[in-house]
Design a protein around this ligand. Sequence first.
Ligand code: FMN
Length: 277
Amino acid sequence: MDIPFSRWHPAIERRRSRRHFDSNLPIPPETLATLDRVCNQFAPFPHARSRLVTESAESVFKGVVGSYGKVKGAPAFIAFIGDMDDPFVQEEVGYTGEGIILEATALGLNTCWVAGFFRRETVASLIDVSDKEQVLAVTPVGYAQQSESWEEKLMSRFGRSHNRLPLSKLVRGLPGEKWPDWVNVSLEAARLAPSAGNRQPWGFEVQEDGITVFVRTGGPEFNVSKRLDCGIVMLHLEVAAADCGRRGQWEFLPSPQVGKFKMYSQSVLSALTQWGR
Ligand SMILES: Cc1cc2nc3c(=O)[nH]c(=O)nc-3n(C[C@H](O)[C@H](O)[C@H](O)COP(=O)(O)O)c2cc1C
């Protein structure tokens, strides 16, 4: 499935993590069917996949302390699964999962990446997971309660959730005055990406022919790979670039680099246009 960039780009700004859902508002069957189809079809890497589950969502999530901080009331959840033999599994699951999160947002649903506080064994009992695979994260899906509860507000404030670092702290390489418009737009979309505890572990190097994502040193670990966050940022960057008419391809790179989004040359672009892509 090609990235529906004009649908997902506006969802980047609209998406917010929500943890308390309205258990009286079920997801309409046609919305669930669309989400399920996208879960099955948006699978750009062979070793990363998403599964929508419409039962037992309540039993999957754990509180941070007791039941405090727990995701509550969601009618369904999605599991993000990767084959741990793949050296880039974290990035691939982050990239794939964020596509699904943006599709859910475009469908008017609320979500929250959860990589820490969920019961892996419960998820594994609800879906088929092979010996090589691991459920790296889950998200609840549903309609959030109209207003944020005090507990939700506190959880957001703990991670200062809606704050993002300025690009000046994240970018190196080609100076800003030389960036074409698509670079500005794509880096802004990347900056808004969610990360575990809002740690924003990414950095960007702007080059003549593309943008490299790397992991900045320091910052909390939370027992969640920073490369999972970086996969999410890669998807944001590519969605915005595509919406500006710039297409390219990711090349995965060894640590501390993550991947380079390399622009297609003019001849590849013309060929793609000819094939109607
Ligand atoms: C990979 C990943 C793992 C996360 N794990 C959890 C989690 O275990 N529990 C939780 O409440 N929130 C979790 N979050 C949500 C983040 O705290 C949230 O995305 C961040 O604070 C930014 O807020 P926003 O999503 O509203 O922009 C996670 C986010 C990401 C991207």
